[in-house]
Design a protein. Sequence first.
Length: 210
Amino acid sequence: MPAASFVFPVRYVSEGVAVQTTSRELSALGIAVRSLAPPQVGARVSMAMYLPNTAVPEVAVGRVSRSRASSPAESGFWADFIVVDPQARMRIAHLISDHDEDGQSRTFPRFAVKLSVRFRTAREFVAEHATNLSRGGIFIRTDDPPQLDSLVEVEVQLPGETRPVVTSGVVVHRQAAAPGKIAGAGVQFVDGSESFRERIDGYMDKLQDE
């Protein structure tokens, strides 16, 4: 079964280091994961995969068969599953089979928000607002969106909290101002901390309950 494009949170541990990031592709045999400092080929990785429409993450152990540390958009690794529960493998296969002909997939819902955001590019630090948020990424409204595939550092101010949540992200969508469209950048979260994932997930849970 070929790999399909899916974006969902992934926590992986390699050589004692835990990283909270996001996926790129998924198949019944393995997963492509975004990572700015990926494990080397041959490394064993333990993974928790937060698939859409599941209450608890699927757990798997994989071995890195491809690894690339180059541009932010291309950096990451492919891990072949070597230990995975048969039921989890079946759920992954069903998820992929639901992938439609246009390459779209069932993903985590996006919620309309208005959050203060600061993002740092290679050139500057900019204060803007986020207009929607999912567990895998954020859309930042800005008249001068960063270049596609560029790396940004994102600080999101969640309601009722004194400190922003901070993570790295890759610009995966760039929207210029146009009739009926808001100028801005879609950013996929990558290489966040455990605290980042806990706080984002906690806020998303509140939005879902409203």
